[in-house]
Design a protein around this ligand. Structure first.
Ligand SMILES: Cc1cc2nc3c(=O)[nH]c(=O)nc-3n(C[C@H](O)[C@H](O)[C@H](O)COP(=O)(O)OP(=O)(O)OC[C@H]3O[C@@H](n4cnc5c(N)ncnc54)[C@H](O)[C@@H]3O)c2cc1C
Length: 376
């Protein structure tokens, strides 16, 4: 581990210095910054608001793509690496920071998936545990399941992670590693010279110089790159969520049906998600989504019909075409990198995405073929 950074200068005429500046403090930015700091780099993280307060906070934390067999191999490759990494990462963060990200290996029951045959074939090839259930074996697997579901796929190895706690642990870990985390520091412009970015400029006019820059701006990544005339086809897709409070252990597993899910937390909270909406950058929750999610929650887990949600929120997923994220260097610049566009799978993919970005930036041998994630 390297020693904490000396104070950085914050004058537009005498730009601050770091080895790497990461822009955006969601799960992608914080995990990327952590990987780079663990490799001994001096890292500065610039976050527009507070770290861990956007999509990464709003998400459900399922450590798997939904219906994983429907995704392209590029998503599966990152998901597998990340699923292997998560239990160790969660324990490491707890040991280092005292904050428990509550990795919860609860399993996932997928009901009435019409492409169960594809799921079985995929699981066989991928070596994933998947059991086909029907009739009474369904409610034996998850007692209390709603009536009317005819078939199920049980994936016992799927976990969920309590993402707000994961984010708090990551932030604490970054500070312990000496990463300079600057909040309320929105990057609004860049300086460049000779095919290199030389500084990120924040709204207050402060310029921060570094050898390399990594854009992890989630749904805002394309806006962030616009002043450099570097295009990135990542757009916001809103997702809304409800939260209920039950007794611990009442809901034993994640249940997924008709594209909606309920997720149990260890302390009895249950999340129900989520919508998929094209609403620009609007994160105001709606009454329509509230009613529709409540209906889904009751169908999946009727015990929820007896209680009202204790919270509703919305977040903006960073959607890239086919859900394949962009992880790599921006072709027009020698030292500008992107790790963005994980869409519905940013929490599960984050450890592997961050590692791939760090491998490429540091010139290490990547553990996955980087070509599918190249920035166009
Ligand atoms: C309802 C919902 C449910 C989900 N469920 C799951 C799930 O179960 N499992 C899963 O794997 N994924 C899930 N996701 C997806 C996952 O949450 C996202 O893919 C992931 O959080 C994206 O992380 P990120 O760091 O790229 O983006 P964000 O968390 O949005 O972080 C981007 C950061 O960049 C900052 N930023 C933006 N512009 C600037 C600027 N100009 N200067 C400085 N900083 C800037 C923002 O303030 C923000 O903090 C869900 C998402 C939603 C909305």
């Amino acid at each position: 581990m390297h020693s904490p950074n000396p104070p950085l200068l914050m004058d537009a005429c005498a730009p601050a210095t770091a080895d790497v500046i990461v822009v955006g403090g969601g799960v992608m930015g914080m995990m990327t910054a952590r990987e780079l700091a663990l490799a001994g780099r001096r890292v500065l993280l610039l976050e527009r608001g507070q770290v861990g307060a956007e999509a990464s906070w709003a998400g459900g934390g399922i450590v798997s793509p939904l219906y994983p067999w429907r995704y392209p191999p590029a998503v599966t490759a990152l998901a597998h690496l990340a699923q292997q990494a998560y239990p160790v990462l969660a324990s490491r963060l707890l040991a280092d920071t005292g904050i428990d990200p509550e990795y919860f290996s609860c399993g996932m029951l997928l009901v009435d998936a019409e492409d169960a045959r594809d799921a079985r074939a995929w699981a066989g090839i991928q070596g994933q545990m998947l059991k086909v259930l029907g009739g009474e074996s369904l409610s034996r697997q998850v007692p209390g399941l709603g009536p009317g579901w005819r078939s199920g796929l049980w994936m016992p190895a799927i976990a969920n992670i309590r993402n707000p706690r994961l984010l708090a642990a990551l932030a604490a870990s970054l500070r312990a590693l000496g990463v300079d985390v600057r909040e309320q520091a929105a990057v609004v412009d860049w300086r460049q010279a000779g095919g290199r970015v030389t500084a990120a400029v924040t709204g207050s006019g402060e310029a921060f110089a570094a050898d390399s820059f990594v854009v992890c701006g989630g749904a805002w990544s394309s806006r962030l790159l616009a002043p450099l005339r570097a295009g990135l086809p990542v757009k916001p897709v809103r997702g809304q969520m409800l939260m209920y409070r039950l007794a611990p252990g009442e809901l034993p597993a994640i249940i997924l049906g008709e594209g909606r899910y309920v997720i149990p937390r260890r302390d009895g909270h249950v999340l129900c998600g989520s919508t998929l909406e094209e609403a620009g950058f609007d994160t105001v929750p709606t009454a329509v989504a509230y009613d529709s999610l409540m209906k889904s929650a009751g169908r999946l887990w009727p015990a929820l019909c007896g209680s009202l949600p204790v919270a509703q929120w919305a977040g903006l997923r960073p959607a890239a075409p086919n859900g394949i994220p962009f992880i790599g260097r921006v072709p027009e610049f020698d030292n500008l990198w992107v790790n963005a566009g994980q869409f519905r799978n940013g929490l599960v993919l984050a450890p592997a995405s961050a590692q791939l970005l760090a491998d490429l930036l540091l010139g290490r041998e990547p553990r996955v073929d980087p070509r599918p994630y190249q920035v166009l």
